[in-house]
Design a protein around this ligand. Structure first.
Ligand SMILES: Nc1ncnc2c1ncn2[C@@H]1O[C@H](COP(=O)(O)OP(=O)(O)O)[C@@H](O)[C@H]1O
Ligand SMILES: [Mg+2]
Length: 671
């Protein structure tokens, strides 16, 4: 395919876009299937692939530029952003392009004066082994000399005893003398053994062996490491005395920070790293050396503390936005001092979750498919139509028209699933059918849960898609943030009723069924009711309740539906039951955009709703699967009053009356 010719686009293939277009996206491209044909992309096997991992990264141009700069200058890097957008990949790629450093071998040796403070020997890379062999040889020689000496003395003593026995002419006292000398000999042997053992124990412990001269920088992934694995540890010794113990320096183990010396240390999910570990990491970064102690408190290793061990690494840390603003109070996020250190001696970048749907980026996604096929090594390449279908999914998953998703881990999952299907059939190429089947198989958990929920939900009783009803309107919300997997739309009927208030002076709005949890819902709905009735609301209570099964789904997107249900109950106008009104409501009566509008419309269509009214602000985000396009009519409305004619089954006159009331403002005061 023609990767190197982005200019060739300026031809016939940008005309007539069948996908929805909005005015703020003038450079909208053709449907992927046509685009693929126009570009003559028919096989991903012919796509040229980059040699370096960093060049495989797609759509993260800023992050890649910064990573390259940070690698050149040996700076730290903090990468924040959505999961599966390439943060780990960039970190790994950065290690590849670090200038080749000269590295060190690390050995531990005993400190004769203090067994709990092993000494550290740092040697240029490649020399540790020689040093160790030398020391071991010396120890062996000494040990041999000792052996000879021991036996000479011991046998000498025995000989002395025998000689004494005869010299003293036998008898009991001579016998005792002889036995005594033999006992002394045995005792001597025992003591000498201990000493000889000590000599063997003097042999150093070579813990890090590196090549000599400049060599590729080490890359160490310390994600999820506990303190010992990160900072080094001292193993427990079950035999702590009696000549059986392992010498302390043999029990020392370097941590990830030490193994990353002169290289790159990567820590993903930095926000869940314990604060004391973050503190230690900071100290290590400042001092470029860090002493190893035992981390298990009950272990004999806890008393040990080595001399400082070098750990001159660059840190690449990754995380989601919790790093700066933790949702989960169990974690305190990124230690401010650590972040400040990274900022002071490095960079921080927010990676992208979407990129523009333009010619260049589509070509990059084609390359992405080829990369993933190569990386997998088992699945066949994709034909043109299969590529187009993946591109379409990339559009859809971005959640906005004119964009392509950069959550490429998940898109890679689709590529692999489609590839596996093709492989099962021994197909030579992955075809569009494989991709479509893979899409069906890779429905998110949220989607599966809600669709199964629909079958069993008790809210079904409130779902009656035919006819008209007073006080019941249908809205939609979604579950799943879309952080992983697609969010799933959930259809929610809202019921409302107006009653006489027990307090004649006041009226109220009572929200239930989950609606009460979102304080931002009350004001816009109250404003609608007050505009409708003005002072007459005194003495009337309006109750609204959502038939919501999923308790953690946000209720904000139900704003418009709640307002319509209340209004219907208050004015006694019926609501068309085949219409689903999606959108949050502002106090001024505007429909506000919601996340996951596409999935909401699809959920409504699945239940048989015939019309979906969505906020105008969401118009560009609707990327319905083809199968849905004929099943449901999608209308846009900017304000609640624009949605009413579609949702209410009322006469023109009544609608005009309501419209008037809702757009009415108190007369301005005159000066
Ligand atoms: N920007 C990208 N360019 C190319 N491939 C990507 C990109 N983002 C993710 N991938 C693919 O998804 C996989 C997982 O991405 P990863 O780097 O682990 O994401 P993160 O660390 O941001 O969660 C990568 O190994 C790669 O195959
Ligand atoms: Mg990652």
């Amino acid at each position: 395919m023609t990767r190197e010719t982005p200019d060739s686009l300026e031809g016939a293939d940008t005309t007539d876009a069948p996908t929805p277009r909005t005015d703020d996206q003038p450079s909208f491209l053709t449907d992927p299937h046509e685009w693929v044909r126009a570009k003559a992309i028919d096989d991903t096997a012919t796509v040229p692939l980059p040699g370096l991992l960093i060049d495989e990264v797609i759509g993260q141009d800023e992050a890649v530029a910064v990573a390259k700069k940070a690698a050149r200058q040996r700076r730290h890097l903090l990468l924040l952003g959505d999961p599966g957008t390439g943060k780990s990949m960039i970190a790994k790629a950065m290690a590849e392009i670090l200038p080749d450093p000269e590295q060190n071998d690390i050995l531990f040796e005993p400190e004769p004066k203090d067994a709990n403070r092993p000494r550290v020997k740092v040697l240029p890379g490649g020399q540790g082994r020689g040093y160790l062999t030398e020391k071991a040889k010396t120890a062996k020689t000494w040990s041999r000399v000792f052996t000879v000496f021991e036996w000479t003395v011991a046998l000498g003593l025995v000989a002395l005893g025998v000689w004494a026995y005869f010299a003293f002419g036998g008898g009991v006292s001579a016998m005792i003398l002889a036995v005594l000398t033999v006992m002394v000999a045995v005792f001597f042997l025992y003591v000498a053994r201990q000493t000889r053992f000590k000599a063997v124990q003097m042999v150093p412990n070579l813990v890090l062996e590196r090549p000599s001269g400049p060599a590729p920088a080490p890359y160490v992934d310390a994600t999820g490491s506990h303190a010992g694995a990160l900072l080094g540890d001292v193993r427990h010794d079950p035999f702590q005395s009696g000549g059986l113990e392992t010498p302390t320096h043999q029990r020392v183990e370097p941590g990830a920070i030490h193994r990353a010396d002169k290289g790159l240390l990567f820590i993903d999910e930095i926000n869940v790293l314990r604060l004391d570990s973050q503190q230690a990491l900071l100290t290590a970064m400042q001092d470029k050396q860090y002493a190893i102690t035992g981390h298990s408190e009950k272990s004999s290793g806890a008393m040990v503390r080595t001399h400082p061990v070098p750990c001159d690494f660059i840190l690449v840390a990754a995380g989601n936005m919790d790093v700066i603003d933790p949702d989960d109070t169990r974690y305190t996020g990124l230690h401010p001092a650590l972040r400040s250190r990274i900022r002071g001696y490095g960079y921080e970048v927010y990676v992208r979750a979407v990129m523009d749907d333009d010619d260049d980026n589509r070509l990059k996604l084609v390359r992405f498919i080829a990369q993933e096929v190569r990386r997998d090594g088992q699945i066949p390449h994709f034909d043109g139509a299969a590529v187009a279908e993946v591109l379409r999914e990339a559009q859809r998953r971005s959640g906005h028209s004119g964009k392509l998703t950069l959550r490429l881990r998940e898109l890679g999952g689709l590529v692999r699933t489609a590839g596996d299907l093709a492989r099962d059939e021994d197909a030579e190429r992955v075809t569009v059918d494989h991709v479509l089947a893979a899409k069906r198989m890779s429905m998110s958990l949220e989607y599966q849960v809600t669709r199964r929920g629909i079958e069993t939900t008790t809210a079904r009783e409130a779902l009656d898609i035919d006819g008209e009803r007073v006080g019941t309107a249908t809205g939609c919300t979604s579950i799943g943030t879309g952080e992983t997997g697609e969010p799933a739309g959930v259809v929610v009927p809202v019921e409302a009723d107006a009653t006489v208030s027990s307090d004649r002076q006041k009226g109220g709005l009572f929200l239930g069924g989950g609606l009460e949890h979102d304080p931002s819902l009350r004001d816009p709905v109250s404003a609608v009711l007050k505009r409708l009735r003005g002072g007459d609301m005194a003495g009337i209570d309006v109750h609204a309740q959502a038939m919501l099964q999923q308790r953690d789904a946000p209720v904000g997107p139900l704003g418009a539906a709640v307002a319509i249900a209340c209004l219907s109950a208050l004015e006694d106008v019926p609501v068309r039951q085949d219409v689903c009104v999606i959108g949050a409501l502002s106090v001024a009566g505007r429909l506000r955009a919601v996340d996951g509008v596409t999935q909401m419309i699809e959920a409504a269509a699945d239940l048989g709703y015939r019309v979906a009214v969505v906020p105008k602000a969401n118009e560009g985000d609707i990327l319905l699967e083809h199968a849905y396009r004929d099943r449901i009519e999608v209308l846009v409305a900017d304000r609640l009053v624009d949605a009413l004619p579609h949702a209410l089954a009322a006469s023109r006159k009544k609608l005009d009356f309501i419209d008037n009331a809702l757009t009415r403002r108190p007369a301005p005061r005159t000066a």
